[in-house]
Design a binder for this molecule. Structure first.
Ligand SMILES: CC(C)(COP(=O)(O)OP(=O)(O)OC[C@H]1O[C@@H](n2cnc3c(N)ncnc32)[C@H](O)[C@@H]1OP(=O)(O)O)[C@@H](O)C(=O)NCCC(=O)NCCS
Length: 153
């Protein structure tokens, strides 16, 4: 069963491994590999930041992925990934759905969740379509699509 918990300092190396995975790098806007020292500063900063919520996704007590929300006022931008050993098992939509539910329970100010998905990232686009996100029309924006879910219903 899928379970989400908040990330902690002991997840630092795990997050770096996930971040440096070639498929994750390809999906990212800054795609060069990250070194541990740089990552650690970033990661500890995120754990401290009130604007960042980092969930580790577990399946039968194994960490299988992460969902991170960056909150700016009423908008939460989402970043997520699944460990390469657990991809392709159709876990992503339910993991994202659980994460959004948890976010909204914790953070009642959030009125919309947005995601920027690079063109060609078909599994991720499918996830947001499955969860009824709307693909927004962004003029002059060719390298990624923006998906949005209004949550104030
Ligand atoms: C994005 C990511 C989390 C998706 O997880 P996944 O395990 O690969 O995806 P799933 O197996 O859950 O599949 C997701 C959906 O995409 C569909 N899908 C998979 N490959 C597809 C393809 N090539 N074309 C179209 N749809 C596809 C699946 O059928 C599924 O839809 P369904 O549940 O309606 O059947 C994972 O690929 C990942 O970690 N990628 C790198 C990081 C990343 O891209 N993050 C998102 C940034 S916006």
């Amino acid at each position: 069963m899928i379970n989400l918990r908040l990330a902690n300092e002991r997840d630092c190396q795990r997050y770096l491994d996930w971040r440096n995975d070639p498929v994750v790098r390809e999906s990212a806007f800054e795609s060069s590999p990250i070194e541990f020292k740089t990552h650690k500063v970033w990661f500890l900063g995120k754990l401290e930041s009130p604007e960042s919520i980092l969930y580790v996704v577990e399946l039968d007590n194994s960490a299988i992925g992460q969902v991170r929300f960056e909150i700016d006022d009423e908008v939460a931008e989402v970043n997520y990934s699944i460990d390469e050993n657990y991809r392709g098992k159709r876990l992503a939509s339910s993991m994202m759905s659980c994460a959004i539910e948890k976010l909204l329970m914790k953070n009642r100010n959030v009125k919309s969740v947005v995601a920027k998905v690079k063109q060609g990232n078909l599994p991720s686009m499918k996830v947001f379509e499955n969860l009824s996100f709307t693909k927004k029309d962004c003029k002059n924006q060719e390298d990624y699509s923006v998906f949005e879910l209004q949550t104030n219903f």
